[in-house]
Ligand binder design. Structure first.
Ligand SMILES: *Cc1c(COP(=O)(O)O)cnc(C)c1O
Length: 351
């Protein structure tokens, strides 16, 4: 049988087990489907699709709707099949053989994974013991590797920690190429790097419909960045990569922005409740500006706690074997009932 490229041989796939249990708090999705009205509006839009024709290649209406939501020009918006495809298009455009990206671990595993898939080198910097970003380390890695792309993730997955404005500005001053701030959880954080985007600034901010917008099933993500960069990406991405259904779904979702804001507020409040409850238990809790919380049961085997939770029908993300995150687990903020089920199971596990 034909073998894949040599450089794929050492690569590991991306795994997030999908287990069928009553309480699924492992992939940071929204706990509820989109608001009532979304489906009806989408079904109505489906009736007007010209199925025998290719969709609008430059997805004008969707682009304009996203641009309006962020008060930027449509030419500053690039949309793809999930923000992962946005990241992939960035690596295909600015990475490749002989180029590299910089990441600061622990962070979102897909940044380095997608870089490797596109034959881009990966320069790895380390965060501090408390998992915060170390600017001296950033300076060292950027000077050594001169990466084409530097990735930050804020709030960072899996730690939940938010980079403040001064930090992002400082990194932006340091990067020799492009700075990508992955804001998959941006709506849950107190500020956004979207404020810093401009046509003369080597910065893009990526967002997704998979978390806040309750639309992980739709596979939609986007970035906001300089016009010239967006034109480069349009050149690289496959023609007609966004189908007509997706374009309609993304545009219609934005009509329910008020409902989404209300849900974000509810989840932020619920996060406060969950963190307060966790602090009463023998676990170390990392500060979170996202819709999930990373914690480490004190003096316990993380994997054993994860298994105990699973046996009680609660699935969280097992990070216990990831480098730098020994014994850590990550729980997504769910509904009040789901979070109560998680807390009860965890108390039981730690008894
Ligand atoms: C969930 C997540 C994404 C989302 O990817 P999609 O492809 O849009 O579903 C991107 N970045 C981070 C850090 C995430 O956690």
């Amino acid at each position: 049988m034909i073998q894949p490229r040599d450089d794929l041989a050492l690569m590991e796939g991306y795994h997030s087990p999908q287990v069928d249990v009553p309480v699924r708090l492992n992939t940071n999705e929204a706990p509820e489907p989109p608001p009532p009205g979304f489906e009806d509006a989408l079904v109505a839009a489906l009736r007007s699709i010209a199925w025998h024709r290719y969709p609008d290649r430059s997805y004008r209406a969707l682009r304009e709707a996203i641009a309006a939501a962020h008060d930027v020009a449509p030419e500053q918006v690039f949309v793809a099949n999930g923000s992962n495809e946005v990241l992939q298009t960035l690596c295909l455009t600015y990475g490749g053989p002989g180029r590299s990206v910089a990441v600061f671990e622990p962070t979102y595993a897909l940044h380095s994974h997608i870089a490797r898939i596109t034959s881009t080198g990966v320069a790895v910097g380390e965060r501090r013991e408390d998992l915060s970003l170390d600017l001296d380390e950033v300076r060292r890695v950027l000077a050594e590797a001169e990466p084409a792309i530097t990735f930050l993730c804020s709030p960072n997955n899996p730690t939940g920690m938010v980079e403040d404005e001064a930090t992002v500005r400082e990194v932006l001053d340091l990067v020799p190429g492009l700075l990508v701030v992955d804001e998959a959880y941006g709506q849950f954080a107190p500020w956004s790097a979207l404020e810093l985007v401009g046509d003369d600034v080597p910065l893009v901010v990526t967002r997704t419909y998979s978390k806040t917008w309750s639309m992980a099933a739709a596979r939609l993500g986007y970035l906001v960045g300089p016009r010239e960069l967006v034109a480069h990406l349009d050149q690289v991405v496959l023609p007609y990569h966004l189908d007509a259904v997706k374009q309609a779904a993304g545009r219609i979702a934005l009509q329910f922005e008020d409902a989404m804001r209300a849900r974000v507020a509810t989840l932020v409040e619920e996060r406060g409740r969950l963190v307060a409850a966790l602090r009463e238990l023998p676990v170390d809790v990392f500060p979170s500006g996202a819709n999930f919380v990373l914690f480490r049961p004190r003096g316990r085997d993380g994997r054993a706690v994860w298994e105990h939770l699973l046996a009680r029908g609660v699935l969280v993300r097992d990070c216990s074997s990831w480098p730098r995150l020994a014994d850590c687990l990550r729980v997504t903020i769910g509904t009040r009932d789901e979070d109560d089920a998680f807390l009860a199971a965890l108390e039981d596990a730690l008894r």
